[in-house]
Ligand binder design. Structure first.
Ligand code: MLT
Length: 251
């Protein structure tokens, strides 16, 4: 792990910068296969988001404050942004606030809309659960929700390790930040850099219908549906996801 300011990150390779933004309640390890598989074409950097993994927390975790911290982390460079789920919410805020930092956008298993009232209530209940029982109590439910029904032992272990390493404070801050996030559907039409939408065929949280609909709003976006994978495509179908990203980034 490297540290720059408040952000801890893993990196590989050389070439144009690509920044990989993980989802909730995960950390940079979501992207280890892609860091390995794309190191010959990109300088791949996977940060831990503020408060997650080894990165310092922010006073307030919102999609905007986290996007700003990613923009500061990128500095004067431009990056191919690869982002999953909550990472996608942050990537859209980054595009809205710091478009000069973004060379391209790969949006995996994510959506642009805000939470429904029901989703907000679910997040409140999850925050109470974590405050009372710790993050380990999330593992069983999240394994069912995030991974495809036939997921193997490898993705299950990796998911449990990431959840287990996340503090209750980070979980609660992110739940609040996601519940309060703005609708950014209108932002999609403003994306004028190359964009790729990727989704697991069995993603129950942000299903292919949502991803395809989102892709139609982004001028020129490609869309790829990954067979057999659920919401966590980078660990459920690592080679396929790396292949899709390689094709997108290389063309
Ligand atoms: C994620 O994978 O980042 C989260 O499940 C997204 C969400 O809860 O909205």
């Amino acid at each position: 792990m490297q540290i720059r300011g408040p952000i801890a990150f893993e990196e590989s390779g050389s070439g144009p910068l690509a920044v990989f933004i993980h989802g909730y309640p995960l950390d940079h390890r979501l992207w280890l296969d892609q860091l390995d598989g794309l190191s010959d074409i990109r300088h791949c950097v996977a940060p831990d988001l503020p408060g997650f993994g080894a990165s310092e927390p922010l006073d307030e975790f919102t999609m905007e404050t986290v996007a700003d911290s990613i923009a500061t982390f990128i500095g004067n460079e431009q990056a191919d942004i690869v982002a999953l789920s909550m990472g996608g919410y942050i990537a859209l805020a980054l595009w809205e606030r710091h478009p000069e930092a973004v060379r391209s956008l790969s949006l995996l298993d994510t959506k642009a809309g805000a939470d429904t009232q029901q989703a907000r209530e679910g997040r409140r209940a999850q925050a109470v659960q974590v405050a009372e029982q710790g993050t380990g109590s999330l593992v069983d439910g999240m394994t069912r929700a995030l991974l495809a029904p036939g997921a193997g032992a490898g993705p299950k272990r990796r998911l449990a390790e990431m959840i287990g390493a996340t503090t209750p404070e980070a979980v609660i801050a992110a739940l609040r930040g996601m519940a309060d996030r703005r609708d950014r559907v209108h932002v999609l039409a403003t994306i004028d850099v190359p964009a790729a939408v990727v989704v697991g065929a069995l993603d129950a949280l942000t299903p292919p219908t949502v991803a395809v609909e989102m892709s139609t709003r982004i001028p020129g976006a490609t869309v790829s549906v990954i067979p057999g994978a659920g919401h966590l495509t980078p660990i459920e179908a690592p080679e396929e996801v790396t292949g899709v990203l390689r094709h997108f980034l290389d063309h």
